[in-house]
Design a protein around this ligand. Structure first.
Ligand code: SF4
Length: 620
């Protein structure tokens, strides 16, 4: 009998009495699942490479936790990156990192699965492996260690971390992951070797086994060739698709944390994918095509989640909430149910051009939460370059509606460092802020209480997008633009904030890097880098030292224009969107020429070669 009780030994209790927020490590929350590890074929520990409060807000974890644990042959537990204080105690006490549900050392699991949401978590992944006493490099791990797998958006260019992983999963995980785990369970039971297991896994759609590929480099540092060294390896590895998400299992019993987490609410994914075609947006490309859940399904799931959790807020999640084909009906139906439960409905990422006045009016009637708009660029020319598809009048009409309805604060998201950007475009950001304040004065009068936040991110070109070839701004260029905007946005009622540029540069390198960066990540880890996504923990000095010590150049990956015929590190992976389409979109961007939303007619991104596009051309 291997532990259905959630036991804590005395040593752990002693440690927990000395650290901040011990509830991060005790598990046993409402709706957690306890199983007997000896009674399942495959035991997965789902590892989130950041703090509990962040990881517990990640819907992907809930979805996979629910699906895996529905299978009696499989068991999924959780582990999060421990806080710095806990990490110190674990090292001090030589106490190995453990799973939350059964307190099992993570090195005892059959599979350790990391979600790859953000490049700046790579060093935290290495910290967790080290705390688990698991060798960092895949080549140093035998069958006695867990098979280490990774999945998520960063898996579309896993090359910088390929040496640390045995398997990378590409695409929709709900069907793929259970099939991978059942295969591992079956082969482990049959005492197969690790290589035999990896060869079998390489046959599954969307499964990439890095050790089965050899990369050759040219003298100028670019990739000369990518070859497979195992007959089971696919090249490229096509992403796994799920055609109809409406039939998929979806969590109705969300785990209810003991402590406050970043997003402490019920969440329903209304649809996956997006048809808009913004050229900077990786999610808008790698999750195509759009697949919707029906209104009935969403309402049923929402009611069950609220019944089983007692949450006082529910959120509709997708890449562009107001693009849901029956958005207004759905939102208005949910609002009346929420009102009767005294629960608030939050609608993140409302697009300025499909802004529902009616829904807004209903929501503002009882519980009003913050409002965010994302114009992304300050001028129409640059919005066309990035194919955002919104106009000046979309922006000001939506602002006028919101202010008329009583909103007193609005947040605006922009990016800097975009292709073809000039200082005129930065002036455009200041111009939008000025005009919004003028609109507020015209509606609320001079004394009216109203303020806006202008939040600027540094553009990081990502793989699988039309901008994947584009060179990122240098750290100095970003700093210059931050200073310029700070001076331009000195206005009453306007708050300006921006992201740290040094972090964005490292993110840019890891987003477009190749396998040779593994040694730099390892070096950064040895120098103490971890939680690099947190400004209080990120160290530009340590990363600079890591690049120097490993003789690697940031500029080669982030600030160099990649050649159009160059073999890209991520050419091993096929997202389904064709390279031709991406190149055409890149060329159109340089001419500020827009591509319509493919609901108004297919624009041939290539996805329909693999899966039916139900949304394509629906508004034709
Ligand atoms: S194949 Fe056409 S309809 Fe389908 S996602 Fe691509 S552009 Fe849109």
């Amino acid at each position: 009998m291997n532990c259905v009780k959630n036991k804590m030994d005395d040593k752990l209790i002693k440690i927990l009495n000395q650290v901040e927020k011990p509830a991060r490590y005790i598990g046993n929350e409402l709706n957690t699942v306890l199983k007997d590890i000896d009674k399942v074929d495959c035991h997965l520990v789902f590892a989130f490479p950041d703090m509990y409060e962040i990881g517990m807000s990640f819907l992907g974890l809930e979805i996979l936790y629910n699906i895996i644990n529905k299978d009696e042959n499989l068991y999924c537990e959780r582990v999060f990156a421990p806080g710095m204080d806990m990490e110190e105690k674990l090292i001090e006490e030589k106490y190995e990192l453990f799973s939350l549900e059964t307190k099992t050392p993570i090195k005892k699991a059959d599979v350790l699965g990391f979600t790859l949401q953000y490049e700046m978590t790579y060093t935290t992944i290495l910290s967790m492996l080290k705390l688990g006493n698991i060798p960092l490099l895949a080549k140093d791990r035998g069958i006695e260690y867990p098979i280490v797998i990774g999945g998520g958006p960063c898996a579309f260019n896993p090359e910088p971390i390929a040496d640390f992983f045995d398997v990378i999963l590409i695409g929709d995980g709900e069907i793929q992951l259970p099939s991978v785990l059942n295969t591992i369970g079956k082969f482990k039971k049959a005492d197969k070797t690790k290589d035999e297991i990896l060869e079998e896994l390489a046959k599954i759609d969307g499964v990439y086994v890095p050790k089965f590929y050899d990369i050759e480099y040219a003298d100028n540092g670019t990739i000369l060739d990518i070859k497979t060294n195992n007959s089971n390896a696919q090249l490229p590895v096509l992403r796994a698709f799920i055609e109809n998400i409406d039939e998929l299992e979806f969590p109705t019993k969300k785990i209810v944390p003991f402590i406050e987490v970043v997003h402490d609410r019920a969440v329903i994914e209304t649809f996956r994918g997006c048809t808009r075609g913004c050229r900077f947006c990786q999610a808008g490309m790698i999750y195509r095509p759009v697949r919707e859940r029906s209104v009935e399904t969403i309402k049923k799931l929402a009611a069950l989640q609220l019944d089983n959790s007692g949450h006082s807020e529910i959120s509709l999640l997708s890449l562009s909430t107001s693009d849901y084909s029956e958005f207004e009906n759905l939102a208005l139906d949910l609002i009346s149910d929420c009102k009767s439960r005294n629960v608030s409905l939050s609608l993140p990422s409302l697009r300025l051009d499909s802004f529902s006045f009616k829904v807004l009016e209903e929501i503002q009637g009882y519980k009003k939460s913050g409002l965010t708009f994302a114009p992304e660029a300050g001028t129409q020319r640059l919005r066309d370059v990035v194919n955002k598809g919104i106009t000046e009048s979309d922006i000001y009409d939506a602002v006028e509606q919101a202010i008329t309805l009583g909103w007193k604060k609005i947040k605006f998201y922009f990016m800097i460092g975009l292709p073809t950007e000039t200082y005129e475009d930065l002036d455009g950001i200041a111009e939008i802020a000025r005009k919004v304040m003028d609109i507020s004065k015209s509606i609320n009068g001079k004394g009216g209480k109203f303020n806006i936040t202008v939040s600027v991110a540094n553009f990081v070109p990502k793989c699988g997008t039309p901008f994947q070839w584009f060179p990122q701004n240098s750290n100095e260029e970003f700093i210059e633009k931050h200073n310029y905007l700070s001076s331009k946005l000195k206005m009453k009622g306007v708050k300006f904030n921006y992201h740290d540029s040094a972090t964005s540069i490292v993110e840019g390198v890891l987003a477009k890097g190749d396998r040779r960066l593994a040694k730099t990540i390892l070096e950064a880890h040895k120098l103490g880098c971890t939680f690099d996504g947190w400004s209080e923990h990120f160290s530009k000095e340590k990363w600079d030292e890591a690049f120097k010590n490993t003789n690697m150049s940031k500029e080669f990956y982030a600030e160099r224009e990649f050649g159009r015929n160059e073999i890209l590190p991520w050419d091993i992976i096929d997202s389904g969107v064709s390279k031709d389409f991406l190149l055409k979109e890149y060329d159109k961007a340089l001419e500020a020429s827009i591509t319509k939303d493919c609901r108004h007619g297919c624009t041939n991104c290539g996805i329909n070669k693999y899966v039916e596009c139900k949304q394509g051309g629906i508004y034709e």
